[in-house]
Design a protein. Structure first.
Lengths: 326, 564, 323
């Protein structure tokens, strides 16, 4: 068990190292940062001076070694555009992204499960058909278009819900939260729905499929035969069996929700890490871009590791297998 | 709703203003009132906890497409940043609403001799930290602005020496006469010497800084607003400075800047009343904003000229079907391109009337004789003939570089140019990119472009800048800055000669005549294709009253908002 | 855990193949066909898909204008509303955009381009994923671990990030003026690189189940080489699930292409795909020129929904537990 754990941790570290290398390598091609740092009136001589000062003229290997050394010490450098430590910028933006990801996931889980259960139990009703159709729209239109349509409908036409930002936030230590103010909660609604719609569809379909399968299994038939009410059968037995894979998927999806919040945050000007990343891409702010990628990779690898370990705990047979718990 | 309940001016819906309702009406619904009271007190607690500070004040909320990147006033030359910094910092000489010089921290100035400028400084001015402003701060700022790492080194003549006469009189001594020596003083703001020394920011924050500088996130100016909170890329909060020396036109207590990059979201925020000002309003949304009843578009011609450049430097164009020679070296091809592009239709359709076609590389507002130039009319027939004469009756192909997030409808303009050139059989591959990638490709040292679109506002607001930086001959290894933005490599030594004369000519009429000669040479050469001056388009709530200047700076001290 | 995919639009697992040696056989014995004809939705979805694909590929014949030819665009005809509105003009039945591009023609050509990009992307990811999945599942051991770790790394990079990498690398190496052909190639590679994991995981888990089965042991005993066993015996057993994933990924790939163009790395505005049309059109959402975004949006949604419905039906039909 310990050997297994150790091996997985080493693998996770290797994954991070590879991501670091890729993150560093890719951004050597993402445009010239000097043009973003200075204004258009800067002379050629000043530009090349900055280039030298930033070490952009050094050989790639030298640049990477310097970069890796700093990352290990927790230094992601100074953002080219904001002239602030990247770690500080990311820490400032992280609560916004995590709160958004959390709300989107809760939305996806609650609505997705309810709709999924309904669709499975009333398989042929027109409401089930409607749910299926609505959920299809959720994955048929690009996220950015859905976001803009929601803004158009709920902010401009109907009014009431904010079109951008987090509203008023409250600072708790280093964390800022939008959960404690009315405007903060209101501001969460549209972005959460936009971001969660895709996961909601996913969960709804998963629940429906799982429920349909479970409902056919013998033990549900036995439960029915034992004379339990339909509702008890459905909720206590069928749904409970369905929830394990659903929660697993939702947990694993959290990492990609955070990564995919890039687009939602861009549309709603949500001051999170994704927006910071997009701004960094547009402004060729290499330190922010690589730190963000590493952070997303870290979150993802951690979730994967935890899931793997949990599975091993749950299912002893897997302890012997060398591969992932597949 | 919660806020309005607590505001004294609020009138219950359905009742006449002034609260003229009777006691019996109140008695009628005591239980309802109780509920209301409970609600109000709960709301009041919530409001007190989170929203009260903002509510009492007259707050102006505004959104810009980009960020306020650094508070260090010498670190980024970019017009929006300059405007924001001028709310907190002040310059020696400022510009009034008509872009004419006006006294700032210098009450007055004179030139006792052509090489000596004397500035009389304003007394009783204090910085936001309470220290008084004196000649030492000016001397310090003159040094700091020209130090390495400053993005504003050219704002103060390099040869200028500042001499303290007394605490409130300073002389600027030049090596040779220079009529436009103070042309860029309005964007050079004055910093405090003691504050800079105390916080270790004597040197400007260099763009390549590896550790954060105090001045990047904090300010200490003499201006009418104090920046109390600055989260780069998220929001910046300005508050009225109670110790300001002068009278301020603005009635704001507070101003909150947010970045909203997505155009649709920005417009939505204005339409829904979440913000009072946005910049820019996309052209296509201007009608919608004007029709909203709550906001209007303030549009006026900007000083920026949008133009096309044609590579006349290389012996063979990059990415072109013509091999072994450069078609743009043939004046007939340049003229044909000029005549084939129907700028009037671009201005009318792509720019929806929000652009002024231009015959010059400088805005008419910046050159008194600009009106004497007329743009040649579009002439497709002649253009085709010229192409045939030049030996390209079947046209040729080339690549055009275009930014897609820099100027108003930049990519759409380029697309229209592509269609128009297709009519003289020139096949243009459009390479439209975000500005980061675009500038990396086309700017020095690569100058990697055959045909491109660029916009330019002369930072000195003067024609010499155009004749020198955009049109002047660019030579490899030349560090003077001449031709540094001449991406096309256009070169006519006559213009360089004229530009040198313009620089030291002090007689305005003679100077204007020289400038005209320069632009005439350029236009006869068909050296560049000026397109238009784009319009400024601010979206402004009807509750807000402000001044829009042609340099597109939003200056908070001219912004007022009707109290709630 | 097996069969659940992390980035899937549609994680519901396709159950592992049962003991029956070949699922292809099930296609032939027309169970599926009968089932198909019973499902009205499936028939409607198929008709819609075929119709759209046919129209898309016949675009040069049916479209009033070639929207990719700049000489055919005239600014004078820009921003015309659809024909049934006051200022509408024939032949611009669905109106024109800000460049004078006919929206109907642009939708047809864009549909074709999106289908090509999406189709090639799915093909690339499918081949890559199946190959890696077969190798990982069959070989096991170090190779398996390596491939699955690479899959983990890949999952941290959404398609949009991969596209930025590929786009940046390519533009740095070949110069930034790329023709549309290579640009399509770039997007296809980006999609291929981001979607292969699902196939690989599905195929791998199927292979791990299959390879213990008697018939595989038998095949090995009679001396068939591993590649032959894999391709001839194991692969047919996973075609069902792979086909379902491919259908749903086609829809996802088309949307990914649209999102890429929103972030500025998609196809150029002079040669718009459906995604590019929506991206440019969404600027006109507030200004009343709704047709510029609405018709491409409807076309995209219609296509994706039809493909998804087909995928759904296919999955349910192939799932023996639901029959």
């Amino acid at each position: 068990m310990l050997a297994f754990l150790l091996r997985r941790v080493i693998q996770a570290a290797a994954v991070l190292a590879v991501v670091g290398l890729i993150a560093f390598a890719m951004f050597r091609f993402a445009g010239d940062p000097v043009n973003q740092i200075v204004g258009p009136d800067t002379t050629v001589a000043e530009r090349s001076q900055i280039r030298t000062d930033l070490g952009l003229d050094d050989p790639v290997l030298v640049q990477f070694v310097r970069y890796a050394g700093n990352v290990v010490r927790g230094q992601f450098g100074i953002s080219y555009q904001f002239r602030q430590p990247v770690s500080q910028l990311l820490a400032e933006r992280m609560p916004a992204t995590l709160e958004l990801a959390f709300c989107a996931t809760v939305f996806a889980l609650v609505v997705g499960i309810l709709m999924g259960v309904y669709c499975a139990l009333r398989r042929d009703s027109w409401i089930a058909g409607l749910f299926q159709a609505v959920s299809l729209i959720g994955i048929s239109l690009p996220t950015f278009l859905i976001g803009i349509l929601l803004i158009y409908l709920f902010s401009v036409t109907l009014g009431g819900l904010p079109s951008y930002g987090r509203g008023d936030t409250v600072r708790l230590g280093w964390w800022t939260t939008g959960f404690l103010t009315a405007s903060g909660l209101k501001a969460l609604i549209l972005p959460s729905v936009t971001l969660g719609l895709f996961q909601m569809t996913l969960i709804m379909r998963l629940v429906r499929a799982e429920m349909l399968e479970v409902l056919r299994t013998d033990y549900i038939r036995f439960a029915r035969a034992r004379g339990l009410t339909t509702r008890a059968v459905h909720l206590r037995h069928a749904l409970k069996n369905t929830l394990v894979p659903v929660i697993t998927i939702a947990g694993l999806q959290l990492g990609s929700v955070i990564a995919f919040s890039i687009i939602t945050e861009t549309v709603f000007q949500w001051p999170g890490m994704g927006l910071l990343f997009v701004q960094a891409v547009q402004n060729v702010d290499i330190p922010i871009m690589s730190a963000y990628l590493l952070l997303v990779a870290l979150i993802f690898v951690t979730i994967n590791l935890v899931v793997d370990i949990l599975y091993t705990v749950v299912d002893p047979r897997l302890r012997l297998s060398t591969g992932r718990a597949a | 709703m919660v806020r309005s309940l607590l505001t004294p001016r609020w009138t219950p819906p359905g009742l006449p203003a002034g609260g003229a309702f009777t006691v019996s009406e109140i008695r009628l619904s005591r239980s309802a009132l109780k509920t209301l009271a409970r609600g109000v007190s709960a709301a009041a607690v919530a409001t007190l906890a989170f929203a009260l500070p903002a509510q009492a004040a007259n707050v102006f909320r505004f959104a810009f497409q980009g960020d306020l990147k650094s508070l260090d006033p010498y670190s980024l030359k970019e017009s929006f940043t300059e405007g924001m910094q001028q709310a907190a910092y002040e310059s020696l000489v400022t510009l009034d609403k008509n872009l004419k010089f006006a006294p700032g921290l210098a009450e007055s100035w004179e030139t006792p001799e052509p090489t000596r400028w004397r500035f009389h400084l304003r007394k009783n001015v204090t910085f936001h930290d309470g220290t008084p402003f004196t000649a030492d701060d000016l001397l310090f700022s003159a040094q700091r602005v020209r130090a390495s790492g400053s993005n504003f080194t050219t704002n103060v003549p390099a040869d200028a020496e500042f001499v303290k006469v007394d605490d409130f009189t300073v002389d600027m001594v030049l090596k040779k006469p220079n009529p436009i020596a103070i042309a860029q003083f309005p964007t050079w703001v004055i910093m405090s010497k003691t504050w800079s020394e105390k916080n270790n920011v004597v040197q400007p924050t260099p763009p390549s800084a590896t550790s954060p500088s105090y001045a990047t996130l904090h300010e200490n100016g003499t201006g009418p607003f104090v920046i109390t909170e600055h989260q780069p890329g998220v929001k910046t909060v300005f508050k009225k400075f109670p110790g300001y020396w002068g009278k301020v036109e603005s009635n704001l207590d507070e101003a909150v800047l947010t970045t909203i990059a997505n155009p649709a979201t920005r417009v939505a925020a204005l339409l829904s009343g979440e913000v009072d000002w946005i910049d820019p309003v996309p052209l296509q949304d201007q009608q919608r904003v004007n029709a909203s009843g709550t906001a209007t578009v303030m549009a006026g011609p900007e000083l920026r000229t949008i133009f096309l450049g044609m590579d006349q430097d290389r012996d063979e164009l990059k990415d072109s079907s013509v091999k072994g020679k450069n078609p743009f070296k043939d004046i007939k091809v340049r003229e044909a391109f000029y005549l084939a592009i129907d700028e009037d239709t671009i201005a009318k359709r792509v720019m929806r009337g929000q652009a002024v076609p231009s015959a010059l590389m400088i805005a008419p507002a910046l050159y008194d004789r600009g009106a004497e130039f007329k743009r040649p009319a579009t002439d497709l027939k002649k253009a085709k003939e010229l192409m045939a004469q030049a030996g390209y009756p079947d046209g040729f192909s080339l690549t055009m570089d275009c930014p897609n997030d820099r100027y108003v409808n930049d990519e759409a303009i380029c697309q229209a140019v592509v269609s128009m050139l297709a009519r003289i059989n020139v096949k243009v591959n459009l390479n439209a990119q975000p500005k980061a990638k675009y500038f990396a490709k086309v700017l020095a040292p690569a100058y990697d472009t055959s045909f491109y679109l660029l916009g330019w506002t002369p930072s000195s607001l003067d024609s010499h800048n155009i004749l020198y930086e955009i049109v002047g001959c660019r030579k490899p290894g030349d560090k003077s800055g001449r031709g540094s933005w001449n991406l096309a490599g256009y070169c006519d030594p006559k213009i360089d000669e004229i530009a040198d004369k313009v620089e030291s000519e002090t007689d305005k009429a003679k100077r204007d005549a020289l400038i005209k000669d320069g632009f005439d040479v350029l236009n006869t050469d068909w050296g560049y294709i000026p397109l238009h001056q784009q319009a400024l388009a601010w979206g402004v709530s009807k509750k807000v009253h402000l001044t829009q200047r042609a340099d597109n700076l939003l200056l908070l001290y001219w912004v007022s908002k009707d109290p709630q | 855990m097996s069969g659940y995919d992390l980035d899937a639009g549609d994680a519901p697992p396709v159950p592992l193949p049962e003991a029956k040696p070949s699922r292809l056989a099930r296609w032939r014995d027309s169970d599926l066909l009968a089932n198909f004809l019973r499902s009205k939705t499936a028939v409607a979805a198929l008709i819609a898909t075929v119709l759209m694909v046919a129209l898309a590929f016949a675009a040069p014949l049916v479209a009033p204008q070639n929207p990719y030819d700049p000489a055919q665009l005239d600014l004078i005809n820009s921003n015309l509303p659809p024909i049934w509105q006051a200022d509408g003009q024939a032949p611009y039945y669905l109106g024109t955009d800000d460049q004078g591009r006919d929206v109907l023609s642009a939708v047809l050509y864009g549909l074709r381009l999106s289908l090509i990009v999406g189709g090639l992307g799915v093909l690339t990811s499918g081949i890559l994923g199946i190959a890696l999945g077969l190798i990982a599942g069959y070989a096991g051991g170090f190779l398996d671990t390596l491939i699955m770790r690479v899959a983990d790394v890949q999952l941290t990079f959404p398609a949009i990030l991969i596209a930025l990498v590929v786009d940046g690398v390519a533009k740095a190496s070949f110069g930034s003026a790329l023709d549309v052909g290579p640009l399509i190639g770039l997007i296809v590679v980006s999609i291929g690189l981001s979607f292969w994991v699902q196939y690989a995981r599905t195929v791998r888990s199927s292979v791990m189940v299959e390879k213990g089965k008697d018939y595989v042991q038998a095949a090995r005993l009679i001396g068939l080489s591993p590649p032959v066993i894999m391709v001839r015996h194991v692969l047919p057993n996973v075609t069902g699930p792979v086909f379902v994933i491919a259908t749903i990924n086609l829809a996802l790939a088309i949307i990914t292409e649209a999102t890429l163009s929103f972030l500025g790395t998609g196809l150029p505005e002079t040669m718009p795909s459906l995604g590019t049309l929506i991206r440019t059109g969404n600027r006109f959402l507030f200004s009343g020129e709704w047709w510029i975004v609405a018709f491409p949006g409807l076309a995209l949604a219609g296509l994706v929904i039809a493909i998804n419905l087909l995928g759904d039906w296919l999955r349910d039909a192939l799932n023996p537990k639901l029959q």
